[in-house]
Design a protein around this ligand. Sequence first.
Ligand code: TYD
Ligand code: MG
Length: 492
Amino acid sequence: MLLHSLAFSLAVKRVFNCDTAHISDECGLSVSIHTVNSKSRTVYVCSACGDSTPKWQGQCPACQAWNTLSAHATPKNTVRTGSRPLVEAGATETLGSVATAEAPRLPTGSGEFDRVLGGGLVAGSVTLIGGDPGIGKSTLLLQAAAGLARSTAVLYATGEESLRQVGLRARRLALDDAPLGLLAETDVETVISAARAREARVLVVDSIQTMGTAEVDSSPGSVSQLRESAARFVQFAKQSGTAVFLIGHVTKEGVIAGPRVLEHLVDTVLYFESDAGSRFRVVRAVKNRFGAANEIGVFSMEEGGLREVKNPSAIFLSRHPAPVAGSIVTVAREGTRPLLVEVQALVDEARSQNTRRVAVGFEGNRLALLLAVLHRHGGVALGAHDVFINVVGGVHLGETAADLPAILAAVSSLDDRPLPQDLISFGELGLAGEVRPVPFGEERLREAAKHGFRRAIVPRANAPRKGIEGLEIVAVERLSEALEALRQPART
Ligand code: TYD
Ligand code: MG
């Protein structure tokens, strides 16, 4: 079908010797085909960040990575589809005349998924969902598509699996009665035509790496195919108002282009996170034009698919049977809610001249900075030690509230002195050794008290005036005070 229309458009172009994109209007031919100028230009695309430059360079000007630029031919003109764009080219409006009402949201049938999307699905939005193979992307999207299909027209296009496989999965998930449109296809234009024909309000593309268009002559999964295919789906979403989900596998950098190169094209970027072997899955919004970035939705993978975990604040807490050195619980804030997580540290004598600082789920550069603060303002030198920090449960702590607990865990490991199991801590450390407040201090403390914690070492400015029942609050202004508090037994 596509080859047919492509051949037709080229033939038209030859006969009329003008750009096919305009023929349909100017030459009176009413063709609703997708046309593109066959001339292409070369750009150099970075496999690490997806940025492109017109000239080859050894280093990517955007992300500074070396030897990541490779040549890709891109069609010279952007693609125009048969239908009219929503806004005429050049038409301007004034700020006052623009409709500013909240975009209506479509509920997906899953409260946790709606939460990460910012309160439901927005019409015309494009959402990229990335994650390791097998983590549950297809399962989540099939569940959401089936949920949406109960109230609106939905098309699920798969290039990964056969229709039978999707059908079998739907039966396992007890969704086989949902009025969901299915299509096994890898050609972008065919998928878009099918979505138009079905007047789908929601389109799921599983996965973007399997999709391709004949107008880019490189194999599916290459950077140019990925970008061009995604760009066409984005254009389709914006023109038609159809909400589009693009599923993308996260793959090793450079092997096959991962979804990172698409992040800037889409409205919302969600990533699946999970700890190896854990049944919990965290879906995190790393970018969202329609909601809070960093919002998370928590699910557990069960026999019958992904079930939402409605009160996830303590799911990552592993309670040790006896206190262990190098472990402390902190209250992180993920999106709009608190989450209790264990931060572990291992401080060991270095075996070689090169000491190692390794952080998993924690900023590596921040760790080096914190160790310098600990040395200078806490009097604890770790210059001859390896320091490892790990955040339990596959959670990534991006906020500075994890500074103080990470350092307290490191000191506990160095001294081989377990911290009390009912202790929590949070707080940012400044270069001058000061402990700085973090947002939502009281909410974090309340969450800790709710889960049975009895003592909290926190920034002074975060200590609530009235106190919190059942929680002894040790308010500190300097790192040295926090270290001092560790050595004192808790008040009983
Ligand atoms: P899938 O959604 O196919 O992953 P992705 O699309 O991200 O590659 O998930 C596959 C995994 O989920 C597979 O290991 C089996 C497991 N699973 C369940 O445990 N229960 C279920 O109901 C389903 C459908 C899958
Ligand atoms: Mg899949």
